[in-house]
Design a protein around this ligand. Structure first.
Ligand code: FE2
Length: 226
């Protein structure tokens, strides 16, 4: 298996390139439009064929590279079934398995940050989008976000995974690259609550600014960045 974590400086986004060493098929999770040429370079250098690209949700802070990658490589675009983006080729359901040669990736519906958010589990690696971050969680104050749904997704789905599960989020703003479910359970300040109401209370009092280019980014992402 080939695995690469690529960082976008401007939006602090992590993009993941996963590929099978045998069949040379590749999949990209959460590509950023500005970096599409870099991904293509990596794919070419490693002699990989991009077959699938996944967006965990409609992002508000950057424009997705999914549409451009589809146009350049003829790969299939994938999002969860609740995506408002009509252009998506494959809309996966909760617990559906995505295949990449012999590699299996399970889609998990984890609404809350946005209503369309999905996380993706490959063996013991969890790609959590903005649902669960390292020492944080995704905000819930736009795009049909819901703190109650986020609590349910995090506590009743993601934190039920084994403690040693590796956590790869869609963003980090402090240079952290990976964590584990066990570490987050113990030390993530947002997770030190005893019930859903305490979580809602924390999320209601974050007083975050509206992301600067959210309207442009969301409109672009509904068309997969094209
Ligand atoms: Fe997001």
């Amino acid at each position: 298996m080939i695995f690469k974590q690529v960082f976008d400086q401007k939006s602090s986004t992590y993009t993941y390139i996963i590929a099978s060493s045998e069949g040379r098929e590749a999949l990209i999770i959460d590509p950023v439009l500005d970096n599409v040429e870099d991904y293509i370079k990596i794919l070419n250098q490693l002699n990989l064929r991009l077959v699938k690209v996944i967006d965990t949700h409609i992002h508000a802070d950057h424009v997705t590279g999914a549409g451009k990658l589809r146009d350049k490589t003829k790969c299939a675009t994938i999002m969860g079934e609740h995506t408002p983006a009509d252009a998506v080729d494959i809309k996966v359901k909760d617990e559906e398995i995505i295949k990449l040669d012999h590699i299996k990736i399970k889609a998990i519906h984890t609404p809350g940050h946005t209503s369309d958010s999905f996380s993706f589990l490959m063996d013991n690696s969890l790609f959590s989008g903005d649902t669960l971050l390292i020492n944080g969680t995704g905000r819930t104050d736009f795009q049909n976000g819901s703190s109650a749904d986020a609590y349910n997704s995090i506590f009743n789905k993601l934190l039920k995974l084994p403690d040693e599960t590796l956590l790869y989020p869609a963003h980090d703003y402090k240079g952290e690259k990976v964590s584990t479910i066990g570490k987050e359970k113990k030390s993530n300040p947002r997770l030190q609550v005893s019930n859903v109401n305490e979580y809602i209370d924390i999320m209601n009092n974050l007083n975050l600014k509206k992301p600067s280019a959210i309207d442009y980014n969301v409109a672009s992402n509904l068309k997969l960045g094209c």
